[in-house]
Design a protein around this ligand. Sequence first.
Ligand code: URP
Ligand code: ZN
Ligand code: ZN
Length: 492
Amino acid sequence: MSPSPNASFGSQTADRSFDFAITGGTVVLPAGPTQINVGIKDGLIAALSVAPIQAHQTIDATGHFVLPGGVDSHCHMDQQPWEGRSTADDFRTGTLSGMCGGNTTVIPFAMQMRGQSMRDVVEDYHLRASKKAHIDYGFHLIVGDPTPEVLSKELPALIEQGCTSIKIFLTYEGLKLDDYEILTVLELARKEGALVMVHAENEACIRWLTDRLLERRKTALRYHVTAHSDIGEREATYRAISFSELIETPIMIVHVSSGLVVEEIRRAQARGLPIYAETCPQYLFLSSDDINTADMSGAKCVCTPPPRDPSNQPAMWRGVLDGTLSIFSSDHSPWNYSDKIAGGPDAPFTDIPNGIPGIETRLPLLFSATQFDAPPENRLTLNEFVDLTTTRPAKLYGLYPRKGVIALGSDADFAIWDPNKVVTIRNELLHHAVDHTPYEGRQVRGWPITTISRGEIVYDKGEVRSQAGRGLFLPCKRPFTPQREPSSLLTG
Ligand code: URP
Ligand code: ZN
Ligand code: ZN
């Protein structure tokens, strides 16, 4: 899109000095990629102008794309020990890695286990994040114990304070909710206008398959994929959809891994149900072949749900291309390989901690695939790329238009991309605290070379310029209108 030569939005540009300007780049505005200059004042976008902009500092983005800073709406940082073990990234290294991968906003989880107060958990996450975060962050609430106190007092107060999304698990000892509890959480979300994110795997299917596999001494890594079947994932997804329909409240199915699940979600959406869905790099760029290795290196790709058989990938891509899967997050869950294989070379698959790193590689992997590597019919426009990775997450989690868009008045958050930079991904290039990347050796084209957060250059061509602790907590708005009336099943 090219605006008329004198077009300018916002403040007049010649008679005013901005703090900062980005000039010469192709700026991805909601209306399309546009040759336009950006003026920044007090950390906000204050002008979008074809005319030159006067500023104290200018960055020349000629030949580059200027995108809104990425919003990674599913990542784990500083998560407290789970089954006695901890992941590698705290808020300092997790946000640093995200920032160097073109993100300016992350939404990690504050995780409540059985017996804990949700309020205390969130307070503790605030303390740790505020001292360490490089970029801005919100919190999703993992509700592992929806007691009457949590449902009636703690959650309404936390939603009011800006934690407006809740993740629930249909599996995992210590976290999984039973069906009645799920309904009560959905009921609360409806009343409060919050969004419930669902980890949809059927606990009994996993347990039964695991027991039978172990009885048969089928302990190799590849049986992790068998135990976490796509049939169990589909059952849990369908159950969550049914509960959402019953309570009449939207849900987000997170980390969708399989074509069977995409079909289920597509069916629900075709019936007009407000079912949203997320997928992640591991389900588009890894497969069960990466887990099925002769040695233990396949442990690097063990996560739940697992990457599926390669034959599953076309259905996943179809889901991305037709919009059934509306957001693309990292599910960065950074276990060190050394911890993954602590049980030795013969450890059964059940001993491998689930989760893989990916916050810094999320955007480059998808950019390269969808701008260059895929056949033309499977490519995305730049705006579609931004929608999937940035704008929709900001909208669905109540951060739009402060985050997720280049528009007047929004935070001056940008990622400047060199679309021609070819990078071979190596763990030593990345900024996380993890001892490996599952994408080691992959070549991608296009890389975010500069990150700007609230008008500050925080990362530029390999140089980290930010300080831990500069990131701000982002109170999220309620994504939906609170419904004070119960579901129509009760009022009809
Ligand atoms: O394997 C995964 N995805 N671990 C992270 C926790 C979760 O379920 O998102
Ligand atoms: Zn999950
Ligand atoms: Zn996760």
